[in-house]
Design a protein around this ligand. Structure first.
Ligand SMILES: Cc1cc2nc3c(=O)[nH]c(=O)nc-3n(C[C@H](O)[C@H](O)[C@H](O)COP(=O)(O)OP(=O)(O)OC[C@H]3O[C@@H](n4cnc5c(N)ncnc54)[C@H](O)[C@@H]3O)c2cc1C
Length: 451
């Protein structure tokens, strides 16, 4: 039965009847992204609490960029003109138990949504390493978790409502809108303002997480498939030193017939040793920020992310890059990066390697390609990182890497565009919804629209 909930997920935020300039950023403070590595090109930020307020802003401004939770490291969410925050639009619109879908407003974060879903007996198929990010911002940049059979977070989207540059509301669904839907879900913020998202659900489930330490690279090379398929979601963390994967995180669904789904785990795993305490992926940092490990069962949304809501995810002071290569090139691609270990390690906090199922979303980093991702959490030293990225991109060149849409890369726009065969169709779709380029910014002009 369809249930209208309009649950206010974020207490204390009240919809204002008028367009509200964002007060937190009206001080002398510069508006930055989460990491602080990017000062946005304008501090003109308007908060909207309704579609009418969004429409009013779109009518008043020639150029508008929507801000999510500001967790991108590059300038994809930047604007020199006007930013729009939809933080006050943070309600669950409806939970359809029979259809197993939830429809939410665009300001909702996974951290707000997941406990609500769990309390109603539902779950999502996967999550990123952190729950702090907005669902809209995550899906529009093809944010992902791990798991050979798990598509990225955007693959859970079954419907979208979006306001075009002209102020019209367009509804697209997986069921009815074929190409337009597949083009719009990973929309890179280029098509319109997402005003509602519908996500596929499944019955809630419990998970266990085990961590192993020091898996020799030789074992990874020989047994990559077995390692990656040992759990529902597997992450390998390495600093590329000493020929080893520092930590293997294996997340399993309780009740699955996988070895790590049960209450005890073997002491050894391909030469790695079962950890005897909770760990942070960056060994020097406190595991208090991390989700529970050691096989303790818990709800899906407190095991799938590595980092806990309410705590700083990752290191905090950092930069990030990530490259997606075809799954069947995984080992060769990892070994190619390992050859650069002495160039990489001085600037690195940690690398994470994950797998993602292929999908059919035009601008998805896993479009028609089962993928492995090689991620880098860097020390916050952009000149150093900028000098290393071209080396990594060159080593990965034979595998046609696609960079994460929200992280730092130096690849030429021509190379980037060559990795997306549906790009011409995407540009046509963007021009249909936004003929004058209201939602375009420097990032999109350079990487997508320039030809
Ligand atoms: C500590 C940390 C850990 C991370 N871990 C992962 C991970 O595990 N996996 C992964 O894939 N990524 C990861 N990321 C990257 C992150 O998931 C992406 O950058 C994601 O886009 C962040 O969402 P956001 O809401 O902060 O987006 P923002 O940076 O605010 O915006 C991103 C894009 O979405 C657009 N947008 C946002 N809302 C709307 C809307 N309503 N309508 C239209 N466009 C909209 C913006 O205009 C912009 O183009 C991580 C980032 C950090 C900081």
């Amino acid at each position: 039965m369809k249930k209208r909930t309009f649950l206010n997920l974020l207490s204390g935020a009240i919809a204002s009847p008028i367009l509200a300039p964002l007060s937190a950023w009206m001080s002398n403070q510069k508006l930055t992204n989460w990491s602080g590595n990017l000062v946005y090109g304008t501090d003109r930020v308007t908060e909207a609490a309704s579609v009418d307020q969004i429409r009013a802003l779109l009518r008043a401004e020639n150029k508008v960029k929507v801000l999510g939770t500001r967790h991108c490291f590059n300038s994809i969410a930047d604007s020199r003109y006007h930013l729009l925050s939809l933080k006050p639009m943070h309600e669950v619109v409806s939970l359809d138990a029979a259809a197993r879908t939830v429809t939410i407003e665009p300001g909702v974060t996974y951290g707000q949504l997941c406990p609500y879903l769990d309390a109603h007996g539902f779950a999502l198929h996967n999550l990123a390493s952190l729950p702090h990010i907005s669902v809209a911002g995550a899906c529009t940049t093809a944010t992902h978790g791990s798991g050979e059979k798990n598509g990225n977070l955007a693959t859970a989207v079954s419907g979208l409502e979006m306001m075009t540059a002209a102020g019209d509301l367009v509804k697209l669904s997986r069921q009815s809108d074929g190409d337009a839907f597949r083009g719009a879900v990973v929309g890179l913020g280029a098509l319109g303002v997402i005003t509602r998202i519908t996500l596929d659900l499944q019955p809630t489930y419990q998970m266990r997480q085990y961590v192993y330490e020091n898996l020799p690279f030789a074992q990874m090379r020989e047994h990559f498939d077995a390692i990656e398929s040992s759990g529902y979601s597997v992450s390998l963390f390495t600093d590329w030193q000493k020929g080893r994967i520092n930590e293997v995180w294996i997340k399993s669904r309780v009740g699955d017939r996988q070895p790590f789904a049960s209450a005890s785990a073997p002491a050894e795993f391909f030469g790695a040793k079962l950890a005897t305490r909770n760990l942070h992926p960056i060994a020097d940092l406190s595991a208090v920020n991390c989700t529970e490990q050691m096989g303790v069962p818990g709800p899906w949304y407190e095991r799938l992310p590595h980092f806990r809501m309410g705590f700083t995810p990752s290191a905090g002071q950092e930069l990030q890059s990530e490259y997606f290569v075809p799954r069947n090139n995984a080992v060769d691609a990892i070994l190619a990066v390992e050859r650069l270990r002495d160039r990489i390690s001085p600037h690195l906090l940690i690398t994470e390697i994950r797998t993602i199922a292929a999908d059919d979303l035009w601008m998805s980093t896993a479009f028609e390609r089962p993928s492995v991702t090689i991620h880098f959490t860097w020390k916050p030293d952009w000149p150093a990182v900028r000098s290393v990225l071209p080396l990594i991109e060159r080593e990965l060149g034979p595998f046609a890497p696609r960079p994460h849409w929200g992280k730092l890369f130096t690849m030429s726009p021509a190379d980037l565009r060559s990795r997306y065969e549906k790009l011409p169709d995407f540009i046509r779709l963007a021009r249909q919804y936004d003929p004058q380029g209201k939602f375009r910014n420097d990032f999109l002009d350079t990487n997508i629209f320039a030809s």
